[in-house]
Design a protein around this ligand. Structure first.
Ligand code: G4P
Length: 525
């Protein structure tokens, strides 16, 4: 197979949803089709159940699961599919944002009864910033839910995307008959997964036919006819190009738990979902078909065994072919490295690979050389863009709880920040360190991991802050702000200027006063 064929048969994507919409269940069904797992129940949910927030064994167990399921690769109809896992708990949303930098498309799962939920809104807005093509699976049609038109309105309103349904439900919950495939004009009948002798799809020649009335009942048939007419009036005809340009999202209806509608979506997915896309760097755009290897680190996973301090850095291959035991340049450190045991992920098995192609993810053993966002190349100096840090929502001062262990604490904090567990800021006026997170759970995780992996004790002190904002723009004005607001200035871990706003009111005032400074709520600008 040529390199071009290898690249073109890859589909790298993530499934995103609000917790409980059915992401784990859908992932599992996709893996079943790919033969990557044999039985349902093999994919463990990595969500942290409510009430388990102080159960650290649970967090450790889930970290274990999330190493195993970070990337799930499998083959389906000669297509190499890589599903990148994202954490379910919203306190770890930043992990998900970073994973989205490594995917070429996403599937959004929406619960038919709940509609668009908060976490989905946030995640989709990140996809939209990066023009990632989005496919939508409306799940749990075996239960009563919202009216399909209402749902699609809700999606267009709240997610700000245009949709084009490719299938349409007939009934719902107790009266759910199946879905009408608008594309192929077929009806797939709903049956529970465990039912043998599934009814073959029914090819619809005429929605008015008496035969159809007999099969799904007069009422359902008439409703379907009306609704299909309305769909053609209201929604644009689906064009693959529009989807690939992230202008329209195809929508499917089904039930992941009952394995209904999943294969239909997968079959269309492998036909239309994007092959590895070009990546933007500070220097230039990089095409996956370029000869030379380039890639970037989007995730770092610490070893579960505290006795072994090595970590796994996840690298997305952007262009060329990554080869084992070959020298590559680590751009930030300006050093050459070669990797003797790069890991590939097929289903839940890890294995050492000789080669990896654009779209693939390899895990590299790391003793502390990598940070999120690092570039690896054959020598060219490039810096990948689009790996954002968002302003944290919560802030605390960190203090050393055990004076004998200050080195361990510094090292532990440094490494956990490299992993992207939270963000560290140093207040310029007094040198105090501040940890910012998106959820309270992270503080507990940091405290626990510092103790168990580094033997250090951390003490937090409260601090009232609204946001940490990155500054760009007129140098003179930035310097003036730094002088006038000396106590509110800090540096992030890369040494960038950050303004620590105590309230939204203060932030607003500063924006009005310093018109030539841009106050950014994320660091990737
Ligand atoms: P998540 O990863 O998005 O958080 O969701 P997950 O797949 O864990 O699904 C959340 C719950 O919804 C699970 O039930 C799951 O069985 C159920 N579910 C998923 N798809 C469907 C569907 O098509 N129909 C129906 N009726 N339910 C569905 P649970 O009771 O929370 O967990 P479990 O004890 O069944 O594992």
């Amino acid at each position: 197979m040529t390199i071009k064929q290898e690249i073109n048969r890859r589909r790298t994507f993530a499934i995103i949803s609000h917790p409980d919409a059915g992401k784990t269940t859908l992932t599992e069904k996709l893996l079943l089709f790919g033969g990557a797992i044999q039985v349902a129940g093999a994919v463990k949910s990595n969500k942290i159940k409510k009430g388990a927030t102080s159960d650290f064994m649970e967090i450790e167990r889930q970290r274990g699961i999330s190493v195993a399921t970070s990337v799930m690769g499998f083959e389906y109809k000669d297509v190499k599919i890589n599903i990148l896992d994202t954490p379910g708990h919203q306190d770890f949303a930043e992990d998900t944002f970073r994973t989205l930098t490594a995917v070429d498309s996403v599937i959004v799962v929406i619960d038919v009864a709940k509609g668009v939920e908060t976490q989905t809104v946030k995640l989709v807005s990140v996809c939209r910033m990066r023009n990632i093509p989005i496919m939508i699976f409306i799940n749990k049609l075996d239960r009563e839910g919202k009216d399909a038109f209402e749902l699609l309105d809700d999606i267009e309103d709240k997610l700000g995307i245009s949709v084009s349904p490719l299938s349409w439900p007939i009934g719902m919950g107790g009266t759910f008959k199946g879905v009408y495939n608008i594309f192929d004009k077929r009806i797939n009948f709903f049956e529970n997964e465990d039912k043998f002798n599934k009814t073959e799809p029914y090819a619809v020649t005429d929605l008015k036919s008496t035969e159809l009335h007999e099969i799904i009942g007069k009422e359902h048939a008439e409703t379907l006819e009306e609704e299909v007419e309305l769909i053609h009036e209201v929604f644009p005809e689906f064009e693959t190009e529009d989807y690939l340009h992230a202008m329209v999202s195809p929508v499917f209806f089904g039930s992941a738990l009952n394995n209904f509608g999943v294969q239909d979506m997968l079959d269309i997915f492998i036909q239309i979902a994007p092959t590895p896309r070009p990546a933007i760097t500070e220097e230039r755009e990089i095409s996956p078909y370029e000869e030379k290897f380039t890639g970037f680190v989007f995730k770092i996973h610490a070893n579960m065994d505290p006795k072994h301090r090595d970590r796994l850095a996840f690298v997305k291959i952007v262009s060329g072919v990554f080869k084992r035991n070959t020298n590559y340049k680590h751009i930030r450190l300006n050093k050459t490295f070669k990797f003797s045991s790069p890991t590939a992920f097929m289903a839940s098995k890890k294995s050492i690979v000789e080669k990896a192609y654009p779209g693939d993810i390899v895990g590299l053993h790391d003793t502390g050389n990598f940070k999120i966002g690092d570039s690896l190349t054959e020598g060219e100096i490039i810096h990948f863009k689009g790996i954002p840090s968002f302003s944290p929502e919560l802030f605390r001062y960190v203090e050393n709880g055990d004076p004998m262990k200050s080195k361990q604490l510094a090292k532990g904090i440094d490494q956990l920040m490299d992993e992207g567990v939270a963000q560290l800021f140093t207040r310029i006026s007094n040198g105090r360190k501040i940890i910012g997170t998106v959820g309270a759970l992270q503080y507990e995780v940091i405290e626990y991991r510092l103790k168990h992996e580094y033997g250090a004790t951390v003490r937090y002190e409260p601090i009232r802050l609204h946001k940490a904002v990155w500054l760009k723009g007129d140098e003179d004005q930035i310097n003036e702000l730094k002088r006038k607001k000396h106590n509110s200035m800090a540096l992030d871990k890369h040494g960038n200027n950050v303004f620590l706003a105590e309230s939204s009111y203060e932030l607003q005032l500063m924006k009005e006063k310093y018109k030539d400074i841009q106050f950014h709520l994320k660091s990737d600008f």
